[in-house]
Design a protein around this ligand. Structure first.
Ligand code: SF4
Ligand code: SF4
Length: 116
């Protein structure tokens, strides 16, 4: 399945509606300058699965393993959306679209990187 976002690895770019394509620069910048909120998070369905498929496709290597699940570094994530369709158990969500029972995973993801 194609990535849901506008991430275009074959072209080395991602783009936003109404904007020109921007080059993918791993690590530069750490996130889009106009974004201050958490982009994508990983929720409960990852627990016990942890296939790593999301981490393998992330262009900025911001998905890291924890003891129980994988976590997305909210500072480094560039909000490209490439990881979401890769997850076989649909554990990845845009933070603001996280289902209500799993809303606590938004803070859990952020807390993971404050402790490490
Ligand atoms: S692809 Fe899904 S289940 Fe696999 S590690 Fe990533 S979030 Fe967890
Ligand atoms: S949206 Fe997913 S693939 Fe894209 S940078 Fe963030 S964690 Fe990585």
């Amino acid at each position: 399945m194609a990535p849901r976002g506008l991430y275009r690895p074959e072209q080395g770019t991602f783009c936003l509606p109404g904007a020109s394509a921007l080059p993918i620069m791993p690590g530069l910048p750490p996130r889009m300058p106009w974004r201050s909120r958490v982009a994508y998070i990983i929720a409960q369905p990852c627990i016990g699965v942890k296939t790593g498929a999301c981490a393998a496709i992330c262009p900025v290597d911001c998905i890291h393993p924890g003891e129980d699940q994988m976590y997305i570094d909210p500072v480094v994530c560039i909000d490209c959306g490439a990881c979401e369709p890769e997850c076989p158990v649909e554990a990845i969500f845009e933070a603001e679209h996280t289902p209500e029972p799993w809303r606590g995973y938004v803070a859990k993801n952020a807390d993971f990187f404050r402790k490490t």
